[in-house]
Design a protein around this ligand. Structure first.
Ligand code: HCA
Ligand code: CU
Length: 388
């Protein structure tokens, strides 16, 4: 089953370049490609060589880096584009053409029969050049399913390596994606790729549903960057798969997600969202006393992702009115302070009362703890002196 045998097509350098804030220099593209390769993604997808002269050069440069990941570029479905793509020396070419009535009527103006004819010419050419060939239908979810099946079957008959389903506008639901992939899986031989936008927040769930239904390849971007609010985020997909079974993602070097997210965030001038999968600043922060107590006893009570597997640490938030004495005790231990349970319970009440009358910082809590501990040890000293 493909949940155990899937590949990531990392498209930060193609879809991600379509993010409104993205402008990657060649040096930055090399940094991104190198780090994604070290993380272990199976494929890198690059902007079409026809987009600009530098885009062409960047394809040549990255294809020549000797990375482990297979290098793909992405083009429209024309012979001219396909030829230029092959010239760059990439390992594979992802071609795409719109099949929804929106795109047929308002973009390229071709009928389904014309699309099939064109697809056959382009796919045949690419296969004859010995490059890995993928054919995808843009806006698949708003296309007639009979139409796209016909197109996929035509390219499958030529021996295309992979077909792609693209939820270009982020309208699909997990059930719809599941049904579409399942149907396709029983109709064609080629591998199946899913590319999903996140306009309605389903990009990760849809990618996962695609895998459950037999998809073999998922498109991602670091932080999910892409057109509008982007596509399936790399870290989010990894979190989803890890939550099912950490073994599914053990082929990747998980601690590099943090480096990837922060590097790309910096390059495109955004912060990592506070609630981001794995790397958001709140992702491993526990607050309520009941949570803190249980997590301190056994982290699995409230964590499905082990922060240490991602090179991260959990944070128990102490300085607030929902706190509990177990969290306070843990903080005292971190500071190396020797306070007994009675004192810790008393201090917890003090912290709660102080928090009720205004925002408290960890420094405030620490100084309460230090003061109590100093007092304690001074008293201890006095006792010791008097008893001599
Ligand atoms: C685009 C199109 C695309 C292509 C996806 C694919 C989409 O914006 O250029 O090739 O599978 O979302 O349809 O990104
Ligand atoms: Cu897209």
């Amino acid at each position: 089953m493909s949940l155990e045998n899937f590949s990531i097509i990392e498209s930060t350098l193609r879809e991600g370049e379509q993010f409104v804030n993205a402008f990657f220099s060649t040096a930055e593209k090399i940094q991104i490609a190198t780090l994604l390769d070290a993380f272990g993604v199976e494929y890198l997808e690059l902007t079409s060589p026809l987009a600009s002269p530098e885009s062409y050069n960047d394809c040549v440069t990255i294809a020549g880096l000797g990375l482990n990941a297979r290098i793909l570029t992405h083009t429209r479905c024309t012979l001219e584009d396909a030829k230029k793509a092959v010239d760059t020396g990439v390992d594979g070419v992802d071609v795409v053409i719109g099949t929804s009535s929106y795109l047929r009527d308002f973009s390229h103006g071709k009928s389904i029969d014309q699309i099939i004819e064109l697809a056959q010419v382009v796919v045949e050419f690419l296969l004859s050049q010995g490059v890995e060939t993928r054919f995808s239908t843009e806006d698949s979810l708003r296309s007639d399913s009979g139409d796209i099946l016909r197109v996929y079957q035509a390219v499958d008959a030529l021996g295309v390596d992979r077909v792609g389903i693209a939820d270009t506008v982020g309208v699909g639901t997990p059930q719809q994606i599941y049904a579409l992939v399942k149907n396709l899986r029983s109709t064609i031989k080629a591998d199946i790729e899913f590319h999903g936008h996140n306009d309605s927040g389903c990009a990760i769930a849809n990618a996962y549903a695609a895998l459950e239904a037999g998809a073999t390849h998922i498109d991602t971007a670091v932080l999910g960057i892409g057109e509008r609010n982007g596509i399936t985020p790399l870290g989010g997909l990894v979190a989803r798969l890890y939550a099912t079974d950490p073994a599914l993602v053990k082929k990747y070097h998980l601690p590099l997600i943090r480096n990837l997210d922060s590097m790309v965030a910096r390059m495109v001038g955004v912060d990592i969202p506070f609630n981001n999968y794995i790397t958001g600043f709140a992702s491993f922060a526990h607050k309520a006393g009941i949570h803190a107590k249980a997590v301190l006893n056994n982290p699995s009570t409230y964590e499905i992702l082990k922060p240490e597997d991602f090179g991260l640490t959990r944070y128990i938030h102490v300085a607030h009115r929902l706190t509990g004495w177990n969290a306070v005790k843990n903080r005292a231990e971190q500071l190396g302070l020797d306070l007994d349970d009675g004192q810790l319970k008393y201090l917890t009440e003090k912290i709660k009362a102080a928090a009720d009358s205004g925002r408290l910082t960890l420094d405030d809590v620490d100084s309460l703890l230090y003061t109590a501990a100093n007092h304690h040890s001074e008293n201890g000293l006095e006792t010791a002196v008097y008893s001599m």
